[in-house]
Write a protein of this length. Structure first.
Lengths: 553, 224
C-alpha cells in the first residue's frame, strides 16, 4: 500500500507528459499536469500521515526508502510542483496566444516539465545513493530542455552553460559516491546495501574515515553545483533568467532543494562518523561564501529574474550555514527555511512571469507602478519579496530567527552576527529594486497603454477594448497597498486576492477566465501558506521536522 | 572486499590501461584539431572498455562484461562517430582557435594537476599493494585533466569532449576501486550519459545556427 502511494507520488506529474506526448493541445496537457501534481501532493500528504506513526519504509534492496526526511522534501517539492503546474497553464497559454511559442514548443514544455518533476520526486524516494545520483543527473537533463525552450541565442546559451556545468558538478558527486562506497568496503553487506543510506548510517562507525572525508567534500562540491552554492553557482542566474517563469520557479524551489537533500544525506553519515567539526567547517565556508556572493550581486539593478536567482543563491547559503551550525535548532531552522523559501520563491517567480507577460521586459528599470496598474500582481510581488526577505509576519522570519539562535547556541557569536549583517544588506538591496517596480505611476501613460491596449483588444472577450486596466481603483489600490505594508497587517490582501482576481486582472495577457484564475490562484495560495507558517507552525509539521532531526542523529 | 593485487596479471593490465588513458587525456589536452579531440576520446574509451573486460575476467562478473561491451559500443564507437558526423563534419570544424591559454601552458598545468592527484589520493587513502592504489590517482588525474580541458577550451564541442573525458576518469576509478558497484546504478549512469550527449548535441547545433561559431567565448550576452 505504502509502496503504491510512493509510486503514485512520483508518477503523478507524468500525467502532463503523457497528455502532451499523445498530442493533446497544450492547454489540456497543462491541466492534466496540474491534476497529476494535485494527486501527487495528496499522496505525499497521505504518506506523511502514515509515516509519522511507523518505522521508515525500506524495500527493493534499499532502492526504495522513505523516512521523515524524505517525506518532508516530498511535501515541499510536490507543493511547489502543484503551484508551478497551475502557473504553467496561464503562462504558457499566454505565450502561445501572443505567438512567442509554437504549439510544438508548448507540448515540448509539458513533456519535459512532467518528466522533470517526476524525476525529482523519485530521487527523494530512493535510499540508494547511486540511484540518487542517476535521478538527479536525469532531472538536470530534463530541465535543461526547459531552460532552452524559447530557443533564442541567450536561452540556448543559458541552457548550454547549465547542462555542462551541472553535469560536470554532478559527475564530481559521483566520484564522491564512489569513495563513500569504497569507505564501506570493510562492511559485510551485499553490494546494493553498501550504497543504501539507512545501512550506511547505522554502520557509520565502521566506515573508513579518510575516504569518507573525501567523499563528503566531493559530494558538497558536486551536489553543491546543483544547489547553487558559490563558487559553483555561475549557471544559476542565467538559467533562472532565461527559463519560462514557471520553470524558473521549479528550478529555484524544487531542484535546488533536491540537491540540498542529497547533501543532507551525506552530511548525516559524515556527522555520525567524523563528528561535528569537519562538516561544520565545510558547510560554513560554502554557506557564507554563497550568502556574500548572492548579496553582492543583488545590489546590482537589472533583470529582476536574476535578482530573484541571486536571492536563491543567498538562501541556499543560509540553509548550508544552518546545517553547519547543526544541533536541534540548526537542523530545525534549515528544514523550516527550506519549506518557506520554496513557497516564497515559487510565488515570486510566478509573479515575475506575470510581470514580464504584461510589460514585455525582464528589466527592473522598465517596470513601474505595478500596484497601480495591476494591483493583484503588484501586491503579490510586494508581499512576496517581503516574505522572502524575512519580514515578521511571514514564515521566513521565524526560520531565520531559529537559524540565528542556533548559531549563538553552537558556535562563536561572530557567525550569527555576520549572518544578521548580511541579511540586513540583502534586505536593502532586494527591496530597493522591488519597491521601485511596485510603486510610482503606471508606465508611460500614453504610448505603453495604447500598446497593451491593442494587445488586449483581439483576444479578450472579457474586457471592453479601450478601458485602461484597473484605472478607476488604481490610486485607491496603491494607497491601500502602501497602508497595508505600513501596518504590517497583510492578512487581508492575499485572502481577497483570488476573489478580486478574475474581474480586475483577468483582462491581462490571459485569454479566458480559467487562465486568468490559474495565474492568480497560486500566488494567493502561496502567500496564505507563508503567512500561516509565519504565525503558527502546525503541530503535524512540527512533529515531522522533529522526526527529521531524529533521523539525522 | 574483492580487490586485485598489483602484481597479478589482471592488476598489471589494469594499471597499464590506466596509464594509457591518462596519456590519451594528455594528448587531447595538447591538440588543436577537432578531429583529434574526437579520435583521442574514442581511443580512450576503447582502452577503458578493455580495462572493464580485464576486471570482468578477473572477477568473473557478467555485469562487468555487459558494461565492457556497452562501453565499447557506445563510448568507443557510437559517440565518436556521431560527434564526427554531426558536429565536426557538418559544422566544418577544423582548428580550434578558441583557447584561453597556449598549449604548452595547459600541458604544464596538466602536469601539475597530475602531481596534485597523486598527492591527494596516494598517502593515507588506499592500502599499498592493491591495484586500486595505483589506478585511483590515475583516474583522479584524468578527471582533473578533463576539467582543465573544459576550462581552457572555449568552444562548446571541445567542452563537451572535456566532460566526456571526466566521465571516463570516473568510470576508470569505478571499475578498479569498486568492481561491484550495483548494476542498476551503472546502467543508469550510462543512460544519463547517452541522454546528456544527445541533449548537448541539440544545444551545440542550435547555438551554431544562431551564432556564426559555437564558441563559448562568443557567449557574452549573459553576464553579471
Amino acid at each position: 500500500m505504502m509502496v503504491l502511494l510512493m509510486i503514485a507520488v512520483a508518477v503523478g506529474p507524468l500525467a502532463g507528459t503523457a497528455a502532451a506526448a499523445f498530442g493533446t493541445p497544450g492547454r489540456v496537457a497543462g491541466w492534466a499536469g496540474a491534476a497529476g501534481a494535485l494527486v501527487s501532493l495528496a499522496c505525499a500528504l497521505w504518506l506523511l500521515g502514515a509515516e509519522l506513526h511507523r518505522a521508515p519504509l525500506l524495500g527493493w534492496g534499499g532502492y526504495l526508502y522513505l523516512d521523515s526526511l524524505s517525506c518532508f522534501f516530498l511535501l515541499t517539492v510536490a507543493a511547489v510542483t502543484l503551484l508551478a503546474s497551475v502557473g504553467s497553464v496561464a503562462y504558457l497559454s499566454a505565450e502561445q496566444d501572443a505567438g512567442r511559442l509554437s504549439a510544438f514548443q508548448v507540448r515540448l514544455y509539458y513533456v519535459f516539465f512532467g518528466l522533470f518533476a517526476a524525476l525529482m520526486l523519485a530521487a527523494l524516494e530512493t535510499g540508494n545513493l547511486g540511484l540518487l545520483f542517476v535521478l538527479i543527473e536525469a532531472s538536470t537533463l530534463a530541465s535543461a530542455a526547459l531552460v532552452g525552450l524559447e530557443a533564442r541565442a541567450s536561452s540556448l546559451e543559458a541552457a548550454w552553460k547549465y547542462v555542462i556545468i551541472s553535469s560536470f558538478g554532478v559527475t564530481i558527486a559521483l566520484a564522491g559516491t564512489l569513495f563513500l562506497y569504497y569507505s564501506a568496503s570493510g562492511l559485510h553487506l551485499a553490494a546494493e546495501y553498501r550504497l543504501a543510506w539507512p545501512y550506511l548510517f547505522s554502520h557509520a562507525h565502521a566506515l573508513a574515515p579518510q575516504s569518507l572525508r573525501l567523499a563528503f567534500l566531493l559530494a558538497v562540491v558536486g551536489y553543491g553545483t546543483k544547489v547553487g552554492l558559490a563558487p559553483m553557482h555561475t549557471w544559476l542566474p542565467d538559467a533562472h533568467a532565461e527559463a519560462p517563469s514557471p520553470a524558473s520557479a521549479m528550478l529555484s524551489a524544487a531542484l535546488l532543494n533536491t540537491g540540498m537533500y542529497a547533501i543532507i544525506r551525506f552530511l548525516g553519515i559524515t556527522h555520525a562518523r567524523l563528528g561535528e567539526a569537519f562538516p561544520r567547517a565545510v558547510l560554513l565556508t560554502f554557506g557564507f561564501l554563497s550568502i556574500v556572493i548572492g548579496v553582492l550581486f543583488m545590489i546590482r539593478r537589472g533583470n529582476f529574474k536574476r535578482l530573484f536567482a541571486y536571492s536563491s543563491v543567498e538562501h541556499m547559503g543560509i540553509i548550508a550555514v544552518a546545517l553547519g551550525f547543526g544541533g536541534l535548532l540548526g537542523l530545525y531552522g534549515a528544514l523550516l527555511q527550506t519549506l518557506n523559501h520554496a513557497i516564497a520563491k515559487a510565488v515570486l517567480f510566478l509573479t515575475s512571469g506575470d510581470v514580464s507577460l504584461r510589460y514585455h521586459t525582464r528589466e527592473a528599470a522598465g517596470v513601474r507602478g505595478l500596484l497601480a496598474a495591476v494591483p493583484v500582481t503588484g501586491g503579490a510581488l510586494l508581499l512576496g519579496s517581503f516574505a522572502v526577505l524575512g519580514s515578521p509576519p511571514f514564515g521566513v522570519f521565524l526560520s531565520e530567527l531559529t537559524i540565528v539562535r542556533a548559531g549563538f547556541a553552537t558556535s562563536s557569536p561572530v557567525f550569527p552576527l555576520l549572518l544578521l549583517a548580511l541579511l540586513a544588506v540583502a534586505f536593502v538591496a532586494f527591496a530597493r529594486t522591488t519597491t521601485s517596480m511596485v510603486t510610482g505611476p503606471p508606465p508611460g501613460d500614453r504610448p505603453d497603454e495604447s500598446k497593451s491596449g491593442s494587445h488586449l483588444t483581439a483576444p479578450d472577450p472579457l474586457s471592453s477594448p479601450g478601458t485602461p486596466r484597473g484605472r478607476p481603483g488604481g490610486v485607491a489600490a496603491e494607497a491601500g497597498g502602501v497602508a497595508v505594508v505600513l501596518e504590517a497587517a497583510p492578512g487581508e490582501v492575499p485572502e481577497e486576492a483570488p476573489g478580486v482576481a478574475p474581474g480586475e486582472a483577468g483582462p491581462g495577457p490571459y485569454r479566458g477566465r480559467a487562465a486568468g484564475l490559474a495565474a492568480i490562484v497560486p500566488l494567493g495560495v502561496g502567500l496564505i501558506a507563508l503567512l500561516v507558517l509565519g504565525l503558527w507552525i502546525p503541530a503535524g509539521l512540527d512533529t515531522l521536522i522533529r522526526h527529521c532531526v531524529a533521523v539525522m542523529s | 572486499m574483492q580487490s586485485l593485487s598489483a602484481t597479478s596479471a589482471a592488476g598489471v593490465l589494469l594499471d597499464l590501461s590506466g596509464v594509457l588513458i591518462l596519456l590519451l587525456a594528455f594528448a587531447c589536452l595538447g591538440s588543436k584539431l577537432f578531429n583529434r579531440y574526437v579520435a583521442y576520446y574514442g581511443a580512450q574509451s576503447v582502452v577503458l572498455s578493455f580495462a572493464a573486460g580485464v576486471a570482468a575476467w578477473a572477477f568473473h562478473s557478467v555485469e562487468l562484461w555487459i558494461l565492457a561491451v556497452a562501453t565499447l559500443a557506445i563510448k568507443g564507437i557510437g559517440i565518436p562517430v556521431s560527434a564526427r558526423r554531426l558536429l565536426v563534419q557538418r559544422l566544418d570544424l577544423k582548428r580550434d582557435a578558441a583557447l584561453s591559454t597556449g598549449l604548452s601552458t595547459s600541458l604544464i598545468a596538466g602536469g601539475a594537476l597530475t602531481a596534485f592527484a597523486y598527492l591527494v589520493t596516494r598517502p593515507q587513502l588506499l592500502p599499498h599493494g592493491l591495484v586500486a592504489a595505483a589506478v585511483v590517482p590515475l583516474s583522479t588525474a584524468v578527471i582533473l585533466l578533463g576539467g582543465l580541458a573544459m576550462v581552457v577550451r572555449r568552444h562548446t564541442v571541445a567542452q563537451l569532449i572535456g566532460w566526456l573525458i571526466v566521465e571516463n576518469g570516473v568510470f576508470l576509478g569505478a571499475i578498479t576501486l569498486v568492481a561491484t558497484f550495483p548494476f542498476i546504478v551503472e546502467a543508469g549512469i550510462f543512460l544519463d550519459l547517452v541522454a546528456g550527449v544527445l541533449i548537448m548535441l541539440v544545444f551545440v547545433s542550435g547555438l551554431t545556427r544562431r551564432l556564426a561559431s559555437a564558441s563559448a567565448s562568443e557567449l557574452r550576452e549573459l553576464q553579471g
